[in-house]
Design a protein around this ligand. Structure first.
Ligand code: AHR
Length: 491
């Protein structure tokens, strides 16, 4: 047992949480769309083929914004293929898949309305450019009276889709990306595309591609070059990061949240360096629009061999430790809520996802569903500045924590114990919160850190209430088991 401490004081805040911090991602990849959110003929599907059982879980998860249609997929995508009555079947080279285009923009917007989420649309800046982006925007957002807006109306969508949030391409520095570019090439294209899109709709919020990861040789210089070109035209720069226990190193894996925090801080430093150089008042915010645990090295050794429709790709089956790491990644995002305004867990269903949808069968929650759902529910309000003190777990402190004060004054402490051996005896000074009571302490952990949920046992891993925590005399005492995700609510 080790001791740990922190202080919760509403006088010290980081900033308000943008609800779009709890976003997700639907890509035409594997079974995310087909037999994921969309499966005509499934017993739970509506008349449009949208799975109601999946929609129920999406609403329960608390997702606020969903990025679409990719991902690597978007860099070879012709949006026109996914609208109207003619839907050509195409090759998707990004994922070596057959794309029937039965699901496209209109179907996605219909789904977002049922799910109650904001659409975040990506344009193809890999094989396409300014004109196609403007065409898509006109089709989607212009009310009526032009060729493309009338085309939408003729497809049954009388009212415009009013999509306000757009990504200017995807991972354009990645050699794996169709049509990948140098920073100078992309910066110019992003600026020109943004300029033209804003001429059609000045109220858009635009996300430029940052480097596709902190480990890329391009990271840092890429962001600086892109922002030198596009600073006035864009609002956000994207960050992408996936974590896994490389070489079985669980200590480093449990420190993923710390790696994410240092990536965010480096990206902020780069944005603010350009801001100073260009003498701008405006700050660029961050859109962490792909993040998750992804056992990528496993999948790289199993690339698809045949051209298939909706193959089983990237279907990670998450365990308890993965859920604790996801919790820590959510803590990292919240701890930077002043600059990270949008974040999308990649992805939503089947593909490295918190929700699994069996073709023709049930939909169920992976272990990673729970930390996301709890953070999305209780992580609304003002993030408090929390400075935990604890012994180390490897190179980072064992305790990773943040707290959010809701508008009703309720304070939720999110805490992960990254130690694999030592429980943490937490003492939190909470006197500045006033006369608060303990509402609940839930913990997600297990004696078997490899335990997983399955279709047959979908609730094997979930948070449980613990009755041992106490609040009194301005102090909270709580026990945080090794490798655990804790949600402690005070009010
Ligand atoms: O989310 C899976 C893939 O990861 C996305 O298509 C791509 O943008 C990233 O490399």
């Amino acid at each position: 047992m080790s001791n740990a401490s922190l202080t919760l004081d509403p006088a010290f805040t980081i900033g308000a949480v943008d609800p779009r911090l709890f976003g997700s991602f639907v890509e035409h990849l594997g079974r995310c769309v087909y037999t994921g959110i969309f499966e005509p003929g499934h017993p739970a599907a509506d008349e449009h083929g949208l799975r109601r059982d999946v929609l129920d879980l999406v609403r329960e998860l608390g997702v606020t914004v969903v990025r679409y249609p990719g991902g690597n997929f978007v860099s070879g995508y012709r949006w026109e293929d996914g609208v109207g009555p003619e839907r050509p079947v195409r090759l998707d080279p990004a994922w070596k898949s057959i794309e029937p285009n039965v699901f496209g923009l209109g179907e996605f917007i219909n789904w977002t309305r049922l799910a109650g989420v904001i659409p975040m649309m990506a344009v193809n800046l890999g094989t396409r450019g300014v004109q196609e982006a403007c065409d898509l925007l006109e089709y989607a957002n212009h009310p009526a009276g032009t060729a493309l807006s009338e085309l939408r109306v003729s497809h049954g969508a009388i009212k415009p889709y009013d999509i306000g949030l757009w990504c200017l391409g995807n991972e354009m520095d990645g050699p794996w990306q169709t049509g990948h570019k140098t920073a100078a090439e992309y910066g110019r294209l992003a600026a020109e595309t943004a300029r033209a899109m804003r001429m059609i709709d000045p109220n858009l919020e635009l996300v430029a591609c940052g480097s596709s990861g902190a480990g890329m040789p391009t990271f840092g210089a890429w962001e600086a070059t892109v922002l030198e070109e596009a600073y006035d035209q864009v609002d956000y720069i994207s960050l992408h990061a996936y974590y896994e226990p490389l070489g079985g190193d669980l200590t480093s894996f449990l420190a993923s949240g710390a790696m994410m925090e240092s990536y965010i801080e480096d990206a902020i430093a780069t944005c603010d360096h350009v801001r100073a150089r260009l003498k701008k008042d405006k700050r660029i915010h961050l859109s962490f629009d792909e993040w998750n645990v992804w056992y990528m090295s496993r999948h790289q050794s199993e690339p698809p061999t045949e051209w298939e429709h909706a193959p089983r790709l990237l279907e990670d089956h998450y365990n308890v430790m993965d859920a604790v790491v996801v919790g820590s990644l959510l803590i990292a995002l919240l701890r930077h809520a002043d600059r990270v305004k949008i974040a999308c867990q990649a992805q939503l269903v089947n593909v490295i996802a918190p929700i699994v949808a069996e073709p023709g069968g049930p939909a169920w929650r992976q272990t990673t569903f729970h930390p996301f759902a709890q953070a999305a529910r209780y992580g609304r309000g003002e993030v408090l500045r929390v400075e935990p003190d604890s012994p180390p777990a490897g190179d980072v402190p064992a305790l990773h924590a943040t707290a959010v004060r809701a508008p009703d004054g309720t304070v939720t402490l999110f805490a992960v114990n990254r130690s694999q051996t030592e429980p943490l005896d937490l003492t939190a000074t909470v006197g500045a919160l006033g006369d608060v009571r303990l509402l609940e302490h839930t913990v997600l952990t297990d004696d078997d850190l490899d335990a997983r949920n399955t279709a047959d046992d979908p609730d094997r891993v979930r948070p449980h209430s613990v009755g041992t925590s106490v609040v009194g005399g301005g102090t909270l005492r709580a026990l945080l088991p090794p490798v655990s995700w804790n949600v402690i609510r005070l009010g």
